[in-house]
Design a protein around this ligand. Structure first.
Ligand code: SAH
Length: 453
């Protein structure tokens, strides 16, 4: 029987933070998770849910405030589902992310000797997103609204400013919203599954400053497209491409398969270090360019390339990491499961005139077996899987291939930790650097170095 009852108001001290950034108050060993509470704070909270192993509390008052607490700069912060950590100083966010990695690798998995570096943060952790995907809807007064979804819902909060996306995106979206209203553009209603305009997606090349605007519509006929296109070009000289993407499905997936260019080029260009990338409306491209460069830089350091190595870039997306490494390697082989991404990788290799790269479409766990049978002997393997981590066959093949170094980038350190335990049969996990790719959110990205024993 729990001593804690629903609706009870309790005072307690926050002793820990979850990976979601929620404060943890403990009664004996029973935890209560309290969103928006910070470590070391003495708080009063109301119990809103009681489960067998934990309870959830709602913060009422802070009796003793943490030094890490700040007023969230964004006025939508407590409603919007986009950011979770704006009530913390940026340094506290970076520390929390490092602590999470220490917990997973040193305390939980027992990698006692691994060096865990400080989280690499941003000098200015705002306006970093180079891609914005903004839902379009209507309010009760039938006015067009654009913004972000409320936490755990699909209600759109009308927003005039978002502090984590490229500042120019907001200027574009505010104009577009006004024109949608003025020109009576039909807007998609998710519940009724009717109406035209679903999302406006904006992408920018961080260095090139080239801008692409994509109207995602439920159907092809978009009768105001000419006038809106003309106005966009006249107002924003940075725009080099305007597209329409058709999505007639009734799912949460934002974009459909078919796109048309309404104005300008089919894609935008950007550079990461000295490598040029072409990005179309559907391309996977890292969201935070400044941090991506730091992440890849650290990955290159961990690979310790001398110029003569055979490198595998597994889960390569559009080949960004492999192309980044190509000038410093003998040959780079990339593998990725999405065919369009591989086409982009091949195109990007050509644009940059790299002749020492090969990109193959397929599952990493299958293609790596093929490479093994062809006698390809990698010196360094880059691994950058999705959240679920690597397939076991893949890791076993890696152990057979015996590269000198494995550099494993992860967007989910808990699956990375699981995979690290398998690699530990023949590899020493030497060091890990967390890189803050998404400031003010709970997302943690890490790059880890493994050396053959
Ligand atoms: N390395 C890239 C992309 C990393 S995201 C970059 O830095 O930009 C992870 C990638 O793994 C995605 O592009 C996804 O499509 C791909 N992927 C997922 N499962 C895969 C599998 N089984 N084999 C190969 N690629 C896979």
């Amino acid at each position: 029987m729990n001593a804690i009852q629903k609706n009870e108001v309790i005072e307690g001290k926050v002793v820990d933070l979850t990976h979601e950034g929620h404060g943890v108050v403990k009664f004996d060993r029973y935890p209560v998770f309290v969103p928006n509470a910070l470590i070391n704070e003495v708080i009063e909270f109301k119990v809103i849910k009681v489960k067998k192993n934990f309870a959830i509390g709602k913060l009422i008052t802070i009796k003793e405030q943490s030094e890490s607490r700040v007023e969230p700069p964004c006025i939508y912060y407590y409603k919007c589902g986009g950011c979770q950590l704006q009530h913390m100083t940026y340094q506290a966010q970076l520390d929390m992310k490092k602590e999470q990695v220490i917990n997973l690798f040193q305390r939980k998995a027992g990698f006692k000797d691994v060096v865990i570096h400080d989280t690499v943060g941003m000098d200015n952790p705002w306006y970093y997103r180079n891609k914005s995907q903004i839902p379009v809807g209507k309010n009760n007064e039938h006015e067009v609204i654009t913004g972000f979804y409320r936490q755990r819902s699909h209600d759109i909060i009308d927003m005039d400013e978002c502090l984590i996306q490229d500042g120019l995106h907001q200027d574009v979206i505010n104009k577009v919203k006004a024109w949608f209203n003025e020109l009576n553009v039909s807007v998609y209603n998710e519940r009724q599954k009717q109406g035209l305009m679903r999302h406006v997606v904006i992408r920018t090349g961080h260095h090139s400053r080239e801008l692409m605007v994509i109207f995602v519509t439920n159907g092809k006929k978009f009768k105001q497209s000419d006038i809106i296109t003309d106005r966009l070009i006249a107002t924003f000289p940075e725009i080099v491409s305007i597209k329409q993407n058709i999505n007639t499905t009734h799912s949460n997936v934002i974009m459909g398969n078919d796109s048309y260019t309404l104005y300008g080029k089919d894609e935008i260009e950007d550079t990461l270090s000295d490598v040029t990338f072409k990005i179309n409306d559907q391309s996977f491209y890292q969201i935070n360019s400044i941090q991506t460069e730091k992440l890849y830089q650290r990955a290159i350091e961990y690979a310790e390339l001398q110029g003569e190595e055979v490198v595998l870039d597994t889960y390569c997306g559009i080949g960004t990491i492999g192309l980044y490494m190509a000038p410093k390697a003998k040959h780079v082989y990339g593998v990725e499961v999405v065919p369009e991404a591989i086409k982009d990788a091949q195109l990007n290799a050509t644009i940059n005139q790299f002749e020492n790269t090969t990109f193959v479409c397929g599952k990493a766990e299958e293609v790596i077996l093929k490479w093994e049978s062809e006698g390809i002997k990698p010196d360094v393997v880059m691994v950058d899987p999705p959240r679920k981590g690597c397939d076991e066959t893949f890791l076993e093949t890696l152990l057979e291939l015996k590269p000198k170094k494995i550099v494993y980038i992860s967007c989910n350190p808990s699956t990375q930790q699981r995979d690290a335990q398998l690699l530990a049969q023949h590899y020493k996990l030497t060091q890990i650097t967390p890189v803050d790719m998404f400031p003010h959110t709970t997302h943690v990205e890490t790059v880890a170095q493994f050396e053959r024993l």
